[in-house]
Design a protein around this ligand. Sequence first.
Ligand code: AMP
Ligand code: MG
Length: 411
Amino acid sequence: MISYEEALKLVDDNVSTLGKTEFRLSEMAGCYLAENVIATMSSPQFDNSAVDGYGIKTDDLKNACEDAPKQLKLITAIAAGSPKELQINTGEAVKIFTGARVPSSCEAVVMREYCREDNGSVLVECSAKAGENIRRAGDEYKKGETVLEAGIKATPPVIALLASLGHVKFPVFKKPRVSLVVTGDELVEPGNPLRDGQIYDSNAYGLTAALNALGIVGCKHYIARDTREETREAFEKALLDSDMVISSGGVSVGDHDYVKETLEALGFRTVFWRIAIKPGKPVYFGVLDTQSGERKYVFGLPGNPVSVLVTFHQIVKPALRKLAGGAFFRTETVRVTSGSALKKRPGRLDFVRGTLKSSDNGKSLAIPTRGQESHMLSGLAKAQVVLHFKAELDRLEAEDPVDVTFINWND
Ligand code: AMP
Ligand code: MG
């Protein structure tokens, strides 16, 4: 069996990013940018006011205070969007609004809260430092600079930034097309009655929701009974217009587990099968290079609902991120403190589902949720983090350091 680290390395080595396309800003949520964002203009483009107030010369306000305000002649007002460039002289002020261009002759803008207008003049109750409340042209970035690098996700601020530079469309990597295969004679679609021994298919719904959360939509799912024929048929259909197929169940060593042999019969090269992790030991990963030059990927996840979502989070998500052009392959772990003593048999990395709590002395404590068996969805549903209880350890004491990954279905 390979380690989790080896499995991630094999995923990284075998997954190649899909091609580029171009999307309108309104369509690109969840995609990764395929080109650097170069500033088409500086930000801000021009000196402008950070507040509603009055543009002044700083010398005019020396020693001004509430009890001894300075009176300045109000010459005009400049609203946001106005192209006005004007000259103010000693003893004068100009009324100015947030975002409006600040004339170069103004040395600072005083907030309206410190000023009173009176019959063509303004009384200012404070002094001002040069540059105060002026957003200088180019102080965020200058025209021609690289503002963001390719591989960043098109999150709301990224999309807003593209719009602020005047883009209507932008090059992004194609989104992966993903289909699902769920295997099992015992499965019944929710909404139908259950006979004795049957269970509802929850994996198709959990995985679909996990893919949707990443912005991958329109995923079809196919159900296969535990026969070679149905398993093969389901994979053939699922593979037709997908870059990746994710399956659940039938990948272990049971008499009715046909996933691995079916994929090998379809020409898939097994990159790995079985990882020293818990839950999720039987995870399969295979690739197929088609005659048309496309690469197809299959992750055969175990059947247990918790194993499915934990291995999706810890293994499939990095693969999807790479396929989709994300600059970061893996989700970094964060070191916190174990809040309880844990025991296990050494040999496998245990992904313990937990919550975080602050201790009295300011530490972040990771505490396992109730329901740690791989069929207990409630324990995962309540968890915020996955603790990495290392393979070689058999004990983790309370107060020991422990690495966690934050459970984040959106990224
Ligand atoms: P398997 O890996 O096929 O042996 O399945 C392991 C366990 O997961 C069994 O208890 C199955 O009943 C359960 N299981 C498999 N597929 C699903 C599914 N789609 N939804 C819920 N439970 C499942
Ligand atoms: Mg099964």
